[in-house]
Write a protein that binds this ligand. Structure first.
Ligand SMILES: Cc1cc2nc3c(=O)[nH]c(=O)nc-3n(C[C@H](O)[C@H](O)[C@H](O)COP(=O)(O)OP(=O)(O)OC[C@H]3O[C@@H](n4cnc5c(N)ncnc54)[C@H](O)[C@@H]3O)c2cc1C
Ligand SMILES: NC(=O)c1ccc[n+]([C@@H]2O[C@H](COP(=O)([O-])OP(=O)(O)OC[C@H]3O[C@@H](n4cnc5c(N)ncnc54)[C@H](OP(=O)(O)O)[C@@H]3O)[C@@H](O)[C@H]2O)c1
Length: 559
């Protein structure tokens, strides 16, 4: 049945939601408070979030929607303006913009007694009040700056801004700058400070998992293949002392592979640590590069987990700056006092400007509190309110990109509204929420105190795809050519995989995309990953499904 749906926000999540709703014949009305599309990626001097030089941290291949591939020149790390162009082309192709009202802010969303929703908005079209069958909240994870309440901050006499207010290097010329935090904002901005500020200092309360943006000359996320991100990988890589019985069994039974895996890791580490000796131009450069590698290891050790147990900061330029001495690292902030900032390691600094790169918080002022904060089934639906209220884009992959996740959520929402799929019972959804919370705390133990929306990219996509009915079928894949399967398993983890089969399948586009993917794993790595994959299949065959390291079994693990 055709439904009328309000979509809040025209960032990438809102746009893909409008497109998917239209695809199922629904009638979306998208409200966007800004005057243009793109959300976070829309550069805006006054109330934007990004800075002039901002490039995406995810590659074009991973960021692209499933049925609108990027052109080869956009395959690496696009500048934000280039990504906006991609979104504009997407909207043109699928006729999205005719359903968007720009300059219209949603002020209130209320559920009525008949189950429908009353939406109040104000802006260019005046004060509106309209009723809808369902709501898609696409108002973004990274719209509201988070600045922690540091002791004495109100007494600080210098200038303070959040990363979302930083625009360009001229803002910091001749200034002594303190950058707080090294998520991806902190990493990018600290590196820019090291080149442009009079003095640049970075405050970290703990270590951080840093990886370089590229590996083997290509974007690092080309390595996020199905093989690399498989359950098998997780079994071998997680080091949580509270690991459960099943994983211990895997490790013992897979001992030869664990040893091979370890040897390869040592080999890669040696190569990684020693390449600066050969590839660098001068002795000073060699020294800096060697120090960068040492510092990267030190930061990881201090972060409280392995690279797989937290989100990764995918830019090591700030570590190079630390190694070169153009950026100085200090401990966590103890207190502000007048012009001085005191740190846990006993140092004191008197900055002219403090840039808080301390992340974002989610606010949905248009809702009454309980609706906005209720736990959600697969991060998308409140079990109590069901399919008439979807939260799209409120997930963050530890490694990967948000658009493919938002797209699968949107496809699921559109199918639910058409009655083509159904949500499980309330008790089943509640059980899943509880089990996932424990599971997430376990696998992301280094960030368990923060970022409840962190997910494992491949695993989460597959779970959503299961709901949509578009998860690639392994029996069908066996019928494909060896060349296709190799690209499917070892190529970058592209969203097009979810257009091979099921509702909304576009196999021609999907095949073309998958077949054009580069194979980024060096061959010894590929052999190792393949062996691990096979081992997991053998374990399942020998020990039964309880021991199957399949993604779908993981939520059942009691932690
Ligand atoms: C600097 C930076 C770089 C990033 N780079 C990447 C990257 O490389 N890859 C990646 O996957 N992710 C990246 N991210 C994460 C990024 O935030 C998300 O991928 C993306 O913004 C998700 O899109 P969205 O539509 O869910 O949210 P947003 O982009 O935040 O869009 C939400 C929209 O909702 C509108 N809105 C909010 N409230 C209302 C209201 N009440 N009424 C009307 N409209 C409203 C906002 O104006 C906005 O346009 C980056 C984030 C930052 C901060
Ligand atoms: N170039 C790009 O593509 C790019 C650039 C920027 C951002 N992004 C994306 O934008 C999103 C947000 O990234 P972000 O870096 O802004 O935020 P973030 O990932 O949440 O990182 C916040 C940082 O602030 C620190 N922090 C938080 N609270 C703190 C406190 N109370 N005291 C001290 N330090 C504190 C965190 O330290 P702990 O680790 O100790 O918690 C972390 O280093 C991510 O999805 C990211 O991928 C992408």
């Amino acid at each position: 049945m055709r439904k009328r749906i309000a979509v809040i926000g025209a960032g990438l999540s809102g746009l893909v939601t409008v497109k998917e709703l239209r695809g199922k014949g629904h009638q979306p009305v998208c409200y966007e408070r800004a005057l243009g599309l793109g959300g976070v990626f829309r550069f805006n001097e006054k109330d934007g979030v990004i800075w002039e030089s901002c490039r995406l941290t995810s590659s074009g291949y991973l960021t692209a929607f499933s049925d609108f591939p990027v052109t080869p020149e956009r395959a690496t790390h696009m500048h934000a303006s280039e990504y906006i162009k991609y979104l504009e082309e997407y909207c043109e192709q699928f006729g999205v913009l005719e359903y968007v009202q720009f300059g219209q802010s949603v002020t209130s969303v209320c559920r009525q007694e008949d189950g429908r929703w009353l939406v109040q908005s104000s802006g260019n079209a005046g004060d509106l009040e309209e009723t809808f069958d369902a709501i898609a909240v696409c108002s973004g994870l990274h719209q509201n700056a988070h600045t922690p309440a540091f002791a004495g901050l109100e007494s600080f006499t210098g200038e303070t801004i959040h990363a979302a207010q930083y625009r360009r290097p001229s803002q910091v010329k001749d200034k002594k700058v303190l950058v707080v935090g090294a998520g991806e904002s902190g990493a990018d901005i600290a590196a820019e400070m090291s080149k442009n500020a009079a003095e640049a200092v970075l405050s970290l309360r703990r270590g951080v998992a840093v990886v370089s943006r590229t590996a083997f000359g290509k974007p690092r996320d080309y390595l996020t293949s199905r093989l690399m991100n498989s359950a098998a990988h997780w079994v071998f890589q997680t080091r949580n002392p509270k690991d459960n019985h099943q994983r211990t069994v895997y490790r013992y039974l897979g001992l030869p592979i664990v040893i091979l895996d370890k040897m390869l890791q040592i080999l890669y580490r040696q190569i990684w640590e020693n390449t600066p000796m050969f590839g660098s131009g001068s002795l000073a450069e060699i020294k800096t590069n060697l120090r960068t590698r040492k510092l990267t290891m030190q930061l990881l050790a201090e972060s409280g987990g392995t690279v797989n147990e937290q989100f990764g900061t995918k830019d090591d330029a700030f570590v190079c700056a630390l190694a070169a001495g153009t950026l100085k690292r200090v401990g966590g902030i103890r207190r502000f006092e007048g012009r001085s900032v005191y740190f846990d390691d006993g140092t004191v600094f008197e900055p002219d400007l403090v840039i808080f790169c301390t992340g974002f918080e989610t606010r949905m002022r248009f809702f009454e509190e309980p609706v906005a904060t209720q736990e959600r089934y697969l991060n998308t639906f409140s079990p109590i309110l069901g399919a008439s209220l979807a939260f799209i884009g409120f997930v963050r992959p530890a490694f990967g990109a948000i658009p493919p996740l938002a797209e699968l959520q949107a496809r699921w929402f559109a199918l639910l509204l058409s009655g083509e799929v159904k949500l499980p019972s309330i008790s089943e959804m509640n059980r899943s929420i509880e089990s996932w919370a424990g599971h997430r705390r376990h696998i992301f133990r280094a960030k368990e105190d923060r970022l409840s929306h962190l997910v494992d990219h491949t695993e989460y996509c597959d779970l959503l795809a299961d709901q949509v009915g578009c998860k690639p079928d392994s029996r069908q894949l066996k019928k494909e050519s060896a060349a296709f399967r190799r690209r499917y398993l070892s190529g970058p983890f592209v969203a097009a995989q979810y257009r091979l089969t099921g509702p909304g399948a576009k196999p021609e586009i999907a095949r073309k995309v998958i077949e054009s993917m580069p194979l980024a794993h060096p061959w010894p790595d590929w052999v190792n990953l393949h062996l691990r994959w096979r081992l997991c299949q053998m374990l399942e065959w020998a020990l039964g499904s309880k021991y199957a390291p399949k993604l779908s079994n993981r939520p059942e693990i009691k932690l």
